[in-house]
Design a binder for this molecule. Structure first.
Ligand code: FBP
Length: 250
């Protein structure tokens, strides 16, 4: 039976290209080429990504010509790196607007453990109910963060975050990899039927990225939602091919 996840997965696996760093980090992540959203959309389309992750503003101005070329995952909330104190990611786009822009799935960040966690839980509930009622899968960025979180990469904290994603109704849970394959196996188990996908993080060597991807897939994750480690490279399509070979074991 076809599920809504089939639009953004292939044989249950996936690779998404993330491009919301302009909001989260500022243009410091970009160079003359990657600062242009069109450059990134071309990579996503030519590399046949399962989805491009964008905030509303970029989707509005750049996505239209790519509608049939790469699926859109619209990120519904965000925050800047300038915010101080416990983090809160505010809703910036509605499910309705995301659908209008052509999205086939939506994404939402919860900073688990933040003093603002209840606000994000409440917003997530609303978007999850609406997205599911319209047949759109929901991807939760489950990032433990805030004063009470001593180590964001702790095995138990990550497994707890994965479980929260399952309990809240996420279809996919986007998490960070702590470099320990056994920890990730437990995290994937804790997520149950919700799929775990792993964020790329700051750029590492190609050798390290491919090693990590092998481990991530061995642990049972469904794939990657990766940004800087692809589009900060000189040949993004070459690394895309290598990552896909690992994900789909070609
Ligand atoms: P990268 O692969 O470039 O790390 O992107 C993944 C991502 O989740 C983005 O969607 C988001 O902008 C960023 O990481 C947020 O990471 P952080 O909050 O750690 O700066």
């Amino acid at each position: 039976m076809k599920t809504n996840l089939d639009k953004i997965t292939k044989q249950g696996k996936c690779i998404f290209l993330a491009y919301d760093q302009g909001l989260e980090h500022g243009p410091t992540d970009f160079n003359d080429m990657s600062v242009d959203p069109d450059y990134i959309l071309k990579i996503a389309a030519k590399g046949k990504y399962n989805g491009i992750i964008l905030q509303k503003g970029i989707a509005e101005k750049y996505y239209k010509p790519y509608r049939k070329k790469v699926p859109l995952v619209l990120k519904l909330n965000g925050k800047t790196r300038l915010l101080r104190g416990d983090p809160i990611s505010t809703q910036l786009c509605s499910v309705k607007e995301a659908i209008k822009l052509g999205a086939v799935a939506v994404g939402y960040t919860i900073y688990i453990g933040s003093e603002h966690e209840p606000v994000m839980f409440d917003q997530f509930r609303k978007i999850e109910e609406e997205a599911h009622s319209k047949g759109l899968p929901v991807i939760l960025w489950a990032y433990p963060r805030g004063a009470v979180i001593k180590n964001e990469l702790d095995r138990n904290i990550l497994a707890y975050s994965a479980r929260i994603g399952l309990e809240l109704g996420a279809d996919m849970i986007k998490m960070k990899y702590n470099g320990n394959v056994n920890d990730l196996k437990w995290i994937v188990k804790s997520a149950g039927k919700a799929k775990v996908i792993i964020a790329g993080g700051a750029k590492v060597s190609e050798k390290e990225l491919l090693k990590q991807t092998r481990e991530i897939m061995r642990a049972g994750a469904a794939g990657l939602a990766i940004g800087r480690n692809v589009w900060q490279r000189d040949n993004p399509l070459e690394i895309t091919k290598k990552l896909k070979e690992i994900i789909w074991k070609r």
